[in-house]
Design a protein around this ligand. Sequence first.
Ligand code: ADP
Length: 477
Amino acid sequence: MIFGALGLVALIALAVRLAGGDQVSSLHHLYLLPALWAALARGVTGGCLVGLVGGLVQALSIFPLIERAGPSWSAVDGIVSLSTPLTLGLAVGRLVDQSHGRGAQLDALLDIQRSLAGQGPLGQRLAVVAELTRRALGVDRVRLVLESGGGDHVAASAPEDFRPAETLPKVAATPCRRLVLPLDAGQGPAGALIVEKDWDLSTATRSAASALALHLTLAIENARLTERQRHFAHELEEKVAGATRRLRELDQAKNEFLTIASHELRTPLTALQGFSELLLTREVPPDRARRYLGHVHMESKRLGRIVGDLLDLSRIESGRGPDLQRVPLDLGEIIEANLEIFAPQHPRHHFDWSGAGSAPPLCADRDAVDRMLKNLLSNAIKYSPRGGRVRVETGIAFDKPGMVELSVEDDGVGIAAEALPRIFDPYVRVSNPETAAAPGLGLGLSLVRGLAHAHGGTIEVESLPGKGSRFRVLLPG
Ligand code: ADP
C-alpha cells in the first residue's frame, strides 16, 4: 500500500512537470492525496513517510525557484505546499493511530469481559485478563490484585513471574516506569492494576491505562455479581431439589405408613374379634375364658396406645401441642415402675438402672414423661432383637445448664449415620434386615420429640450401626 502511495507521488510529480514544470501551481495540492491515503491506511508511519517524500519531490522544483527568483510570495506558497503533505500525514496518521488504539482497547475490553464471565477459579481468569491488559496497553508487565473478601487477595500477573513488591529492591538492568492504579467502582478500592514498561510510559499509555482500570473495575464487579447470582441460583436449585426430594420421601413414608397402620390396627382388631367371638359362641371353661379375656384386654390396650399416639401426633403436627399438667415428679419412681413392666416381659434383655435417689427433681407432665420413657424402652428392646443390655440413666445435664436428662442406651442394631437426621420425622422407619419384622408405625420418636419440645426440651441421639444407640431426652428441671 505504501508503494501504491509512493507511485501516486511519482505520477503527480510527472503531471506537475508536464503541466508547467517548476512553477508552483495548484497541482501541488495533489501531493496531499497520497499522504492522506497512506495516513489512513498505515497511520502516522505511513502518513509521515509518504508526506515526507511528497515534500522532498516538491523541494526539487521549489528550492531552485527560490534560488533563482529570491524570496517572493510564490516562494512562500511553495514552502507551505512543500510542508503540508508531511503535516497532513502526521496529523491524520496520529488520529488514525489513536482510533485504532481505542478500537483495540475496546476489543481487549470485550475479551476481558468474556474471560471474566467464564467459568473456573477467579485466579485463573485474572491471569488471562492480565495478559489481555498487557497486550492492549502495549506494556511489558501487568499485575492485577483483587480483594476477595475477608481481607484475602487474589492476584495474577503477565508474565506469570512478575511480582512488583519483590522486584522493587532489585537493581533493574533496564530502567522502567511503573503505574499503580486503584480499581475503584465508587465504594472504595477493591484492588489495583499495576503496569510497568521498560524506559518510560507515554502519556497516551497512561491515560489508556486509567481508562482501562475504570472499565476493568466495572467488568470485575459485573463478573462478581454474575458469580454471586450463579451461586445463589445454584443454592436455590439445590434447596428446591432438596425440598422436592423431602416431599417425595414424606409422601412415600405416608404411603408406607398407611400400609403399616392398617396392618398394625388389624392385628389387635383380629385378636379382639376372634377371642370375643369364641367367648360369645362357645362354652369355654372359666380358666381359659380368663386367659382369653387377658388377651382381649392386652390387645385393646395396644389398640388404645396406637390410637392415642396418632391423636397426639396429629395435635402436635397441627401446632396445638399436647395438654401438659406440669407437676413435681419423682423420675426415679417412673423409671422403676416402667422397668417392673418391661423386665419380666423381656427376659433376654438385661436392664441396667443405677437406682433411686440419683434422679434430680423435675417439673413435668407425668403421663408425657411416662410415654417418652415407654417409647424409648420399647425401641431399645425392639431394635436389639438378640437380647442385650438396656441402660437407663438420669441426672443433671452438665453440658446443658438447667436441663435434666433421661437417657436410654442399648447395644442393638444401631442406626446408619445418613438415616439419623430422619428418624424423628413422623412415619419414618429405617429398614434393617435384622429388625424387618419388628412392629411399628414410625411414630414413636416423633411423638417423643413432640412431647420434649412441648416441655421446652429436646431429644438427641448417638448411634453406631451394629454397636447400639443412646437416646437422651433433655427437659427443663
Ligand atoms: P417405630 O419404632 O414404630 O418404627 P420410631 O419413631 O420409634 O418408630 O422409630 C423410628 C425408626 O428409628 C425405627 O423404625 C428404627 O429404625 C429407628 N430406631 C428407633 N429407636 C431405635 C433404637 N433404639 N435402635 C435402633 N434403631 C432405632
